[in-house]
Design a protein around this ligand. Structure first.
Ligand code: ADP
Ligand code: ZN
Length: 434
């Protein structure tokens, strides 16, 4: 078993907690340099990091929300002088005004270390050829993964997103062994292999690091089968640097969360109270190493749980489950709560289902209508009409089983639904709200 930083990755829990406490004190001290946090903390009786005597004292600190960050746009929450800032990133703005995070030189080095550690945990080595297929701009996925891969010593193809044919050709020419992409893009390029006249045997692909958007276990399996690779889930958010927050090791059994860098709490999004051990809830992060923009108890809206038990890889950092969605992803259709991920999970179980789908919401008289547009695979598309009718009925039944609402299922030919280069847009909500 290879490690990037064995000492810290396998540190006994007791020692990890000591590191967390001393770093938490430093983070609070650092945050007190920001007027926003100084006021908030003072109001709650905290005027120095030393007042945090125990990790449980973190609960004396109020939460930070996405709106708090948005309110600080464009300056951001800055605890160092502007001269110390060497880069800034914003979130993708999927759900509104983007948030700004500034980084010092040390922040960037620490971030690259976390990404390198994540990649090595999956079994990556300096012999790998790494094709980075996500955007290289403000989106943290591109540069974040790039500098981590560089630290591991891999050969990097800094492709950026899009231009699928060239991605496939370069994959072949340069014998790419690891790709980084969103799961939706990976599904998309699978449909383009034939057109680019490239077969899997022309490629040397071994692994995919896939993240930036939710996907189900069934989608992982689908992608692994399409490309004959191992897929590792990669989780991050720009507010916590970007990638390198939690990542799967060789055992692919949940993502190790790097607890020396991030202190995690899981709360009930309604009450703000901690959930019982093992239950899922909203992830709340506190940065433990950041200089420029320390964040305390940041409610990120992502929903997941902590997995029980130790990992055979020897890493002591706890693992989190897949992100099932964002608290604000929830759709309410005819009064029923639905998460798009529930639909994805059941449809991707069917081998006849292709690589893209879309959820459409409309009004229908007094009611609301849920339509699920689903691409089918090339093989299923050339099948007979009766089996397509059967498939349609089965999919509708399965979706209803998962989300209670009966959908209309429409089947589409491969490659016909719209694709986005970055994060997939899965839900089109055309409902008129009165
Ligand atoms: P935005 O919040 O605007 O999309 P980011 O680019 O910072 O901005 O994206 C981070 C978000 O992407 C996370 O909060 C999470 O919702 C989602 N995300 C990232 N990685 C994963 C993953 N592996 N699984 C599910 N969702 C993910
Ligand atoms: Zn592990």
């Amino acid at each position: 078993m290879a490690y990037f930083d064995k000492d810290i990755e396998t540190a006994p829990r007791e020692r990890l907690r000591e590191i967390q406490l001393s770093r938490l004190q430093k983070s609070v001290t650092q945050a007190l340099k920001i007027p926003f946090y100084r006021d908030r903390l003072n109001e709650n009786g905290i005027s120095s990091g030393e007042q945090i005597k125990d990790l449980s004292d973190i609960r004396k600190i109020p939460f930070t929300t996405k709106d708090d960050l948005r309110a600080s746009f464009p300056e951001g929450l800055l605890a160092v002088s502007k001269d110390e800032v060497v880069r800034l990133h914003t979130s993708s703005g999927t759900t509104g005004t983007p948030t700004v995070i500034c980084h010092t030189k040390n922040d960037l080095n620490a971030w690259a270390g976390l990404v390198a550690r994540s990649m090595v945990a999956s079994g990556a080595t300096k012999s790998d050829v790494f094709q980075n297929m996500t955007g290289y701009g403000m989106f943290t996925g591109g540069l974040g993964m790039h500098y981590g891969a560089e630290l591991v010593g891999m050969t990097i193809l800094p492709m950026g997103s899009g231009n699928t044919r060239r991605q496939l050709e370069y994959m072949k020419y340069f014998k790419t062994t690891i790709v980084h992409a969103t799961p939706s893009y990976m599904l998309h390029i699978a449909t383009k292999l034939e057109e680019a006249q490239i077969s899997l045997s022309d490629l040397c692909l071994k692994k995919g690091f896939l993240g930036a958007e939710p996907y189900s276990e069934n989608t992982r399996i689908k992608i692994e089968n399409l490309f004959k690779i191992d897929v590792y889930n990669s989780y991050g958010l720009s507010e916590m640097n970007g990638p390198g927050v939690a990542f799967e090791c060789e055992y692919k059994n949940g993502m190790h969360l790097w607890e020396d860098a991030f202190y995690l709490e899981i709360i009930d999004p309604e009450t703000g109270e901690p959930v019982a051990e093992g239950n899922s809830g909203e992830l709340v992060f506190t940065t433990l190493m950041r200089e420029a923009t320390p964040l305390l108890r940041y409610r990120c809206r992502d929903i997941a749980s902590i997995l029980a038990g130790e990992c055979p890889c020897g890493r002591t950092h706890r693992r989190i489950s897949r992100i099932t969605g964002r608290a604000d992803d929830m759709l309410i259709v005819n009064g029923v709560n639905i998460f798009p991920g529930q639909i994805e999970s059941v449809i991707m179980r069917h081998p006849e289902v292709g690589t893209n789908y879309q959820i459409l919401l409309e009004n229908k008289g007094e009611l609301e209508k849920l339509t699920v547009n689903i691409e089918i695979s090339a093989a299923a598309f050339s099948g007979d009409i009766h089996s397509l009718d059967r498939l349609k009925a089965e999919l509708a039944e399965d979706i209803k089983g998962a989300v209670i609402v009966r959908p209309e299922v429409k089947l589409h030919e491969p490659g016909s639904l719209p694709v986005t280069e970055g994060k997939a847009v899965r839900v089109i909500d055309n409902r008129i709200r009165i």
